[in-house]
Design a protein around this ligand. Structure first.
Ligand code: C6P
Length: 406
């Protein structure tokens, strides 16, 4: 069944509101997507009738909340086709998942002179944790270059892999360019040298199915709020063989087996990496978001979003004076551009006055802006509820922006 946005939109209450006295046109989905009623209702239901701390008490509410929490883990496991349930760790989001691996993996496996590879198109969350870890362990952070189109230079990558490489960490889809990276090839090449690979899937999971066993990635992470789920929850998938050897990231309740003032032993996976009370309600909300995506089906989602993407690019081109930032071979959900040499912030502010939400600036990817020597871009990012008509509104609004700036 193909997507029928007019019907689908009714499931998202916020899409009915006005912004600056105009119907909301929301094209900032890479920052966060809106939430369908099924997700909002799940949060309400949890707090109205299920709320309890988990893994801690003998009483019924706690038992039920614990079961629901672990059932959600199982839903995530099947969503990404992880081999084992305990390879799924709940985090606050992609950022925390990346910090967890950077801290814990590097503490165990990285020594002075070792190398970590990331790419030229990473979000700050997949740069700074590695910079800190490399500083801590006197390791070297190396950057896989990209070309003018915004595609990674795979030959260079192949040459960079070597006996000193301890880990590769790259994004599946660039949040600023939309590039879909050839992650399977990236992983295969690294594995030929016995190097593990982390994939930042924050911008992939909303748009395409992810099968971590098929990819054979060693770690994969994503956020609930970019895939129609709540904020404050995300996933780190890790192969057991790595997670079992890695030390805890944070410490406190839940991650321990036994504590005495003399010695503490740690809990088994996944709890070793889940210190403190988890965000149960939002985890259940994320499970509802997974259900929502599965019911839609990725094939119709991709078909609809690709249609919008091509339609947007085609019509932006007709405007003239649109400088596209990134023209990657394969793209998902994102178009970045500069319009008529107008500062992106000014374009974004005027669009907002017309009810259109886009993101402007560096998109937490400053090295990409440096590469293209621009202060920032206007970024439109799509979700399944967007329509061609909304793209028309955007294009007309850009014409007004052009008139205002002469
Ligand atoms: N990008 C954007 O507007 P968190 O904030 O932890 O949920 O996700 C961080 C993150 C990591 N990797 C990629 C590729 C991302 O796109 C993001 C978040 C948002 O592009 C907010 S800066």
């Amino acid at each position: 069944m193909s997507i029928q946005p007019d019907i689908l939109r009714q499931a998202f209450p916020i899409l009915g509101r006005q912004v600056n006295n105009q119907p909301l046109v929301y094209l900032d989905n890479a920052a966060t997507t809106h939430k369908p009623t099924a997700v909002i209702d799940r949060l309400r239901q949890y707090y109205e009738s299920e709320n309890s701390n988990i893994h801690r008490a003998a009483h019924l509410l706690s038992q039920q909340a614990t079961e629901a929490h672990e059932q959600a883990r199982s839903s995530v496991q099947s969503f990404i086709n992880a081999r084992q349930q305990h390879e799924v760790i709940f985090t606050r989001g992609t950022t925390e998942a990346l910090n967890l691996v950077a801290f814990s993996f590097c503490k165990k496996f990285v020594r002075a002179g070792d190398e970590i590879l990331i790419s030229a198109m990473e979000h700050h969350s997949n740069i700074v944790p590695w910079q800190i870890a490399c500083q801590e362990h006197q390791a070297v952070l190396k950057i896989i270059p990209m070309n003018e189109k915004g595609d990674l230079q795979m030959d260079e990558y192949r040459d960079m892999l070597g006996s000193k490489t301890r880990l590769v960490s790259v994004t599946h889809v660039s949040n600023a360019l939309g590039t879909i990276n050839p992650v399977k090839e990236i992983i295969d090449l690294a594995h030929q040298q016995n190097v593990p690979v982390l994939i930042d899937g924050a911008q992939a999971v909303p748009h395409m199915p992810v099968d971590v066993q098929d990819l054979d990635c060693d770690f994969y992470c994503f956020s609930g709020h970019k895939m129609y789920g709540p904020m404050g929850v995300g996933i780190l998938y890790g192969k057991e063989e790595w997670l079992a050897k890695m030390p805890p990231y944070q410490s406190g309740g839940e991650m321990i087996k036994e504590v005495s003032f003399r010695k503490t032993t740690y809990n088994e996976l996944p709890f070793k990496f889940e210190a403190g009370t988890p965000n149960v309600a939002d985890i259940l909300g994320m499970e509802a978001a997974i259900r929502f995506i599965r019911e839609l089906g990725y094939a119709p989602v991709a078909e609809h979003e690709n249609d919008l993407l091509q339609y947007a690019i085609e019509n932006l081109k007709k405007l003239d004076n649109v400088r596209f930032i990134g023209t990657p071979a394969k793209r998902a959900g994102v178009v970045s551009f500069i319009f008529n040499d107008i500062h992106p912030y000014d374009t974004g502010t005027i669009l907002d006055k017309m009810g259109i939400a886009v993101r402007t600036g560096h998109h937490c990817a400053q090295p990409i802006m440096d590469f293209y020597q621009v202060p920032g871009t206007v970024r439109i990012s799509l979700a399944v509820y967007n329509t061609r008509q909304e793209i028309d509104v955007l294009i007309n609004a850009l014409k007004t922006v052009r008139e205002m700036f002469g």
